[in-house]
Design a protein around this ligand. Structure first.
Ligand code: 5AD
Ligand code: FES
Length: 347
């Protein structure tokens, strides 16, 4: 098994059957070996730097009904909110003072935020903070919309593919959502010139090892700049309320594999990891991740952006999260840097 990891380290690729053998045959010793290699390659490109992104959850309205997600439209118990442009700019002001140079605007698929409104928001942020990068994470829109956002100054886009397997996709989403459209969006975004991020949940209901292998193959094909992965965590007001959550151990192993397969990728250690284990985010970094995304949303709406149960940091001010994260990273020998944190190829 170690030879497979050596081979992946040397060539950045493996056969699907080899990925499957690695995932199925993983042991704590093999994981240690993987993480060691993953960190070698990460340090080569990014040294001990950890990039931070300020996450602004600006709307929890969503027209979609994904079976796993706590802000799905059928969850009538969710208290819905939208931030105004002014509130979003206030988040950026706070964030800038705290050393954030990337703002991630994340929201449900909320058509109240028309292209025009979003273009205005993007342009306003860019005007005031020209040294900052704007990342959008607002789901599926048309090519024309994406192009308008890009021309307004957004340069990165996160759109998790959720699963690269057609059948599995149908088990996680209602019929009107398709994997083919999801993938088409990712290719559109890439073609327009966005730095793109895809990703998936580890341990989502019905996921098989073959599905995880398909995710890896898709990532290799897409060659994204970022990959967001985290464990599935059930939300009590969804159809998956009683399903098992994903494990820390498997999520870490997947992070290690992705680092070796796409050595320069920007890989966040996610809030979901920190939610299933108090030291989950630290362990994610030690498995190969190099990005953290502390929350910049106003405290008044924090506990309303609940994609899954028990989400951490819902009561903490932006500054608390920022410095908490810095300490956490320093404790494991890393440093949070004040920079846009661009992909290695763009530095
Ligand atoms: N558990 C973990 N992650 C979730 N997401 C949505 N719902 C859950 C959940 N219950 C993830 C999805 C989405 C991202 C914003 O959050 O992968 O793309
Ligand atoms: Fe939010 Fe630690 S990162 S409190």
């Amino acid at each position: 098994m170690k030879e497979l990891i050596d081979n992946l380290y040397a060539t950045q690729q493996l056969e699907p059957t080899e990925f499957k053998a690695l995932i199925e045959g993983r042991t704590p010793e093999l994981a240690e070996y993987l993480f060691d290699k993953a960190n070698q390659i990460k340090t080569k490109h990014y040294s001990n730097d950890i990039y931070i992104r300020g996450l602004i959850e600006f709307t929890n309205y969503c027209k979609n009904d994904c079976y796993y997600c706590g802000i799905r439209k059928s969850n009538t118990n969710a208290q819905r909110y939208r931030l105004t442009e002014e509130e979003i700019l206030n988040c950026c002001e706070t964030g800038y003072a705290l050393g954030f140079r990337t703002f991630v605007l994340q929201g449900g698929e909320d058509l109240y935020f028309s292209d025009d409104k979003l273009v205005h928001i993007i342009a306003s942020i860019k005007k005031q903070y020209s040294d900052c990068a704007i990342t959008l994470s607002i789901g599926e829109r048309s090519y024309e919309s994406y192009l308008a956002f890009y021309n307004a100054g957004a340069e990165r886009y996160l759109l998790r593919h959720e699963t690269a397997d057609e059948e599995h996709y149908k088990k996680l989403h209602p019929q009107n959502l398709t994997l083919s459209n999801r993938k088409a969006c990712l290719f559109d975004l890439k073609q327009i010139g966005f730095q793109i991020g895809c990703g998936f949940m580890v341990g989502s209901p019905f996921q098989t090892v073959d599905n995880l292998v398909e995710d890896l193959v898709f990532i290799k094909e897409l060659q994204p700049h970022m990959v967001g992965i985290g464990p599935f965590i059930p939300h009590h007001e969804t159809p998956f309320a009683n399903e098992a959550g994903g494990s820390l151990e498997l999520t870490l192993f997947m992070l290690g594999l992705i680092r070796l397969m796409v050595p320069e990728v920007l890989l966040p250690s996610t809030t979901a990891l920190g939610t299933i284990d108090p030291l989950g985010r630290e362990q994610g970094i030690l498995a190969g991740a190099n990005v953290v995304m502390p929350n910049l949303s106003p405290i008044s709406v924090r506990n309303k952006y609940m994609l899954y149960d028990n989400k951490i940091c819902t009561g903490d001010e932006a500054a608390e999260c920022r410095f908490c994260m810095q300490k956490r990273m320093e404790n494991i020998g890393y440093q949070v840097v004040v920079s846009r944190g661009d992909h290695f190829s763009l530095q």
